[in-house]
Design a protein around this ligand. Sequence first.
Ligand code: PXP
Length: 242
Amino acid sequence: MPELGVNIDHVATLRQARQTYEPDPVAAAVLAELGGADGITIHLREDRRHIQDRDLRVLRETVHTRLNLELGCVDEIVELACRLRPEQATLVPERREEVTTEGGLDVAGRQDDVRKSADRLREAGIRVSLFLDPDMRQLEAAAQLEIDAVELHTGRYALAAEASGDETNRQAELAQLAEASAFIRKQRWALHAGHGLNYRNVVPVAAIQDMFELNIGHAIVSRAVLVGMERAVREMKTLVTV
Ligand code: PXP
């Protein structure tokens, strides 16, 4: 039964639209935990477009489940993480011009950078997860590193699930996720997944053997705007735990 990590970056995006103090991601995290979140996820980007250093500091003190910090392989952010020590760090690719994280980390192409960041974080006692496409070349490169978990990028599956009637494509993407999951299991890494998951497409991903953690942001925060955070989280939690 997978655990649910709620990504609250979009709450900070709304606040930054007016450069003000509301809505506060710290309040959103409290409500998400009340709704049954098993963890809170934030991405401190180098350009600080949504989550700010203050959010990381305060959430470090107030999150009572576990805090998962997404970050690029950037020395400044890695050092900040090592000082504040979230329970988990997920290394992600980061490009300034992207709207959201596009594609998984290129661990095959940037093995030294990824190793340096992962080793530094682990030395600080932080669990390290890598955000990877379900691509054997990337997974095999990751197997050369000391890490604790892999979060599989479910963006392509989510797109296939949106395309009405394209059941063959959706099944093909699911099969690829299942194959990558088997490799992850063999490496004894914890299996995580995320990106583009929503109330309609999450169940088959939650059902993958040994799925340990799902990280979901856009769908939950979008529903929360209309029905409230606690209810939005509870409804997702119910779906992923059946
Ligand atoms: N996992 C990772 C590594 C991400 O970068 C994101 C997006 O910030 C998510 C999960 C959540 O994706 P979504 O907002 O589409 O649920």
